[in-house]
Design a protein around this ligand. Structure first.
Ligand code: HEC
Ligand code: HEC
Ligand code: HEC
Ligand code: HEC
Length: 161
């Protein structure tokens, strides 16, 4: 009888490992985008793809060219850190091809303010909230009806005014 080589089990194991390695390399080659950037570990075209998406929210600098005065003004007051678009809606709904084509949102309802200043236990204690105490403390708040805009008394860009 022909005895199998004493190392045949090792050859088989090696064969299985080799097939596994080839399968791994094959699947990896198929699944990796052609322009994979191995230095920065991302798809190199992703940056261009994202940059080519239409701009929806532009940030405060996108208002600068036309509303510099408001931006300079606001920089001096408590609302200096806010995004214009959080109150006035996205840039893309107001500006197209560098020009105004539709009115920006101007919402004078109480919700616009209470969205941030409404009393919520999850908000930091030192963040200004429209609490019962603030209503009791300010006589004019006590007479407030739900439909009265806060901006009747508080300038939205300079809210202490
Ligand atoms: C807290 C909400 C809020 C924020 C933040 C805000 N605005 Fe306003 N803005 C208003 C409201 C409300 C009005 C309507 C006028 C009023 O009631 O005094 C207004 C009016 C305006 C107007 C028209 C009248 C005017 O003052 O010229 C412009 C332009 C304007 N905002 C631009 C901006 C820009 C630019 C920013 C960011 C730097 C900004 N706003 C940030 C709420 C806001
Ligand atoms: C290309 C110029 C331009 C840019 C950029 C621009 N606006 Fe305006 N915006 C205008 C013009 C023109 C008006 C109408 C006249 C005015 O009130 O100054 C206007 C008016 C407004 C008003 C008053 C309501 C209305 O639509 O008439 C608000 C609020 C406003 N813009 C907010 C913004 C915000 C916030 C940004 C940035 C995200 C922005 N704008 C970017 C040109 C611009
Ligand atoms: C997007 C969130 C946001 C919106 C919307 C907003 N605020 Fe503010 N407000 C702030 C932040 C942030 C501050 C500064 C931090 C602070 O005072 O706790 C502030 C500060 C203030 C202050 C000064 C408080 C103090 O103790 O010095 C007043 C008053 C105020 N806001 C009123 C308003 C009114 C009125 C409106 C509606 C027109 C409004 N806010 C809308 C975020 C907001
Ligand atoms: C009828 C006028 C009026 C209306 C409307 C009004 N307020 Fe006031 N608010 C005042 C006065 C007056 C003060 C006290 C100002 C002071 O002490 O300097 C005040 C104070 C505040 C303060 C504290 C500011 C600080 O300097 O500590 C906040 C926050 C505030 N109001 C938020 C609001 C919000 C949010 C609304 C809408 C739900 C609103 N107010 C509606 C008149 C008004």
């Amino acid at each position: 009888m022909n005895n199998p080589s004493p190392r045949s089990h090792l050859y088989r194991l090696l064969g299985v490992l080799l097939i596994g390695l080839l399968a791994f390399l094959g699947i990896r080659a198929l699944a990796t985008p052609a322009n994979w950037d191995y230095d920065n570990w991302h798809r190199a075209d992703a940056v261009d793809d994202v940059a080519a998406l239409p701009l929806i929210y532009g940030g405060n600098e996108s208002c600068q060219a036309c509303h510099e005065e408001v931006i300079d003004d606001m920089a001096e007051y408590e609302h200096r850190t806010l995004s214009c678009e959080s109150c006035h809606g996205p840039f893309a709904d107001h500006i197209k091809d560098g020009e105004k084509f539709a009115d920006a949102v101007v919402d004078e309802s109480q919700w616009q303010c209470l969205n941030c200043h409404g009393e919520l236990i999850s908000r930091p204690k030192d963040f200004t909230q429209f609490t019962k105490e603030l209503v009791e403390k300010v006589r004019r708040h006590q007479e407030l009806k739900p439909e009265d805009p806060c901006v009747e008394c508080h300038a939205p860009h300079d809210p202490r005014a």
